[in-house]
Design a protein around this ligand. Structure first.
Ligand SMILES: Nc1ncnc2c1ncn2[C@@H]1O[C@H](COP(=O)(O)OP(=O)(O)OP(=O)(O)O)[C@@H](O)[C@H]1O
Ligand SMILES: [Mg+2]
Length: 461
């Protein structure tokens, strides 16, 4: 059995030392160094010792230790109470973790984090919201609109990194929000706030502090025109988790997606609806996206798309109209324009549809983005349905990738897609012939395997 190993940790600031010190070299606190066990053996007396946060299990002298001897609690998580948000994080907020949240201007980043911070503050531990872009009065007004009082939520309007770190050191909050990192500056770093050097330097310092003090830190970052979080992409390497908050500003639904997560899967997405009183979780996104659909008009098809680990039914609408002058227009929204161009060529050559002089518009309703090949067949059917002015079969979903030869190819997770369709009362699924082998139909739903686009279009009324 290996010998127990100890580390001395300052109670006041969390500073760790291999040997006992009368006075902490970091914060100057006298008599605050506490012995903590870091080996695999229980310490003698004094009850079980706590493993030390960031350096759990490491040798006091920094020597490598066998992995099996590394102790430490399973990552302690604290659920926020917003189930969708917790799922994206991997089960809740991890102590000492740093989460970067990016998103377009006005998408609702401050709203989301104010809601999260307020909920977290109800648990009793201090929660600090640094609002660097707005005054505390503006934040108060937002809180009023969201219907939260925030009795225990501390806010500070601050852009200076040193002032922020001193707040964090003094309060040692369980959770802190920096809104936004592009507005924070550090005096001895050259450049204006928001420049690469400022953003990187400030983030690095905040990350170090969060790890040392066990603060769960949420950092908001703006997104550049190219779609990356402003500042360098390397910012994403500094933090534990990167979330993107997306959605169409003119639509009310929002998706929170993890693009990097050291504590959970990056497959998860959360769906919210932006309301007057803040962001509300959408527990059943399929019903939400199909809510405005009436009847079964020509040019409208339902496609089960996979967003993260969830299947969401989306309505694809297409409209073809004779182009009166010049080049026919091809406008799409929420679907991949390159795939639509390819599908149009396939319909022309393999489906016998003469679309060369038609304006074509394709739209995924609800502002959702569905760019996976599995939506090809639904898009093709919607275009053909509008062109021929013949609706699709009632209560039917379309699943399949369209190949250049006009064949309908298999896609991933067909089983999940048809299950979601059956759950929402759809009675028929047009699926790729190759994917239907061994696939059992959920109760109440009939599978219609099709080998080609041509065969699929025969199912239009
Ligand atoms: N009274 C209101 N009713 C409904 N929605 C509102 C209302 N006021 C604001 N919003 C929504 O909140 C959004 C702004 O939210 P928020 O300020 O949280 O976004 P943000 O991402 O932090 O923006 P910024 O990039 O400017 O910091 C608006 O775009 C709007 O959709
Ligand atoms: Mg904001």
């Amino acid at each position: 059995m290996s010998k127990p190993r100890f580390l001395y940790v300052c109670r006041a600031c969390g500073h760790q030392s291999a040997k006992w010190l009368g006075r902490c070299t970091e914060c100057g606190e006298w008599g605050g160094m506490q012995e903590e066990r870091v080996g695999g053996v229980t310490s003698s007396g004094g009850g079980p010792a706590r493993a030390v946060g960031g350096a759990a299990g490491s040798d006091p002298a920094g020597r490598p230790v066998p992995l099996a001897e590394v102790t430490g609690d399973e990552t302690p998580r604290r659920p926020t109470g917003l189930v969708e948000f917790d799922r994206v994080l991997g089960g809740g907020i991890v102590r000492g973790s740093v989460v970067l949240i990016g998103g377009d201007p006005g998408i609702g980043k401050s709203t989301l984090l104010l809601q999260i911070a307020e909920r977290a503050s109800r648990a009793g531990s201090p929660v600090l919201y640094i609002t660097a872009e707005e005054s505390i009065t503006q934040t108060r007004l937002r809180a009023e609109r969201l219907g939260v009082r925030g009795d225990k939520l501390l806010v500070a309007s601050e852009t200076d990194l040193d002032a922020i770190t001193s707040h964090l050191e003094t309060l040692a909050p369980a959770l802190a929000v920096i809104d936004s990192i592009q507005m924070i500056h550090k005096d001895d770093v050259p450049g204006a706030p928001g420049t690469v050097s400022q953003v990187r330097e400030c983030t690095a310092q905040l990350v170090a502090l969060a790890k040392r003090r066990g603060v769960a830190l949420f950092v908001i970052g703006h997104v550049t025109k190219e779609g990356a979080i402003a500042g360098p992409r390397t910012l994403e390497h500094l933090v534990d988790t990167v979330l993107y908050f997306e959605g169409d500003r003119y639509q009310s639904f929002r998706i929170l997606r993890a693009v990097k997560n050291r504590f959970g899967s990056t497959n998860e997405v959360a769906v919210f609806e932006m309301r007057q009183e803040g962001l509300a979780e959408v527990a059943n996104p399929s019903s939400y996206f199909l809510a405005g659909r009436t009847g079964n008009p020509a040019g409208s098809m339902i496609v089960p798309g996979v967003l993260g680990t969830r299947t969401i039914l989306v309505e694809i609408q297409a409209l073809t109209a004779r182009a009166n002058y010049g080049m026919p227009a091809r406008k799409v929204s929420g679907v991949d324009p390159n795939r639509v161009a390819m599908i149009l060529a396939v319909l022309e050559r393999r489906g016998g549809l003469s679309l060369g002089s038609e304006d074509v518009f394709v739209n995924a309703t609800g502002g959702v983005e569905i760019d996976e090949p599995a939506a090809d067949l639904g898009i093709a059917a919607a275009i053909a349905s509008s062109f021929r002015d013949r609706p699709g079969p009632a209560a039917t979903v379309w699943i399949g990738e369209v190949g250049l030869g006009g064949e309908v190819r298999g896609v991933s997770q067909v089983g999940l897609r048809v299950q979601e369709a059956a759950r929402l009362g759809f009675r028929q699924a047009i699926v790729p012939a190759e994917a239907s082998v061994g696939l059992s139909a959920p109760q109440g739903l009939t599978l219609v395997p099709v080998p080609t686009v041509h065969a699929a279009l025969e199912h239009l009324a």
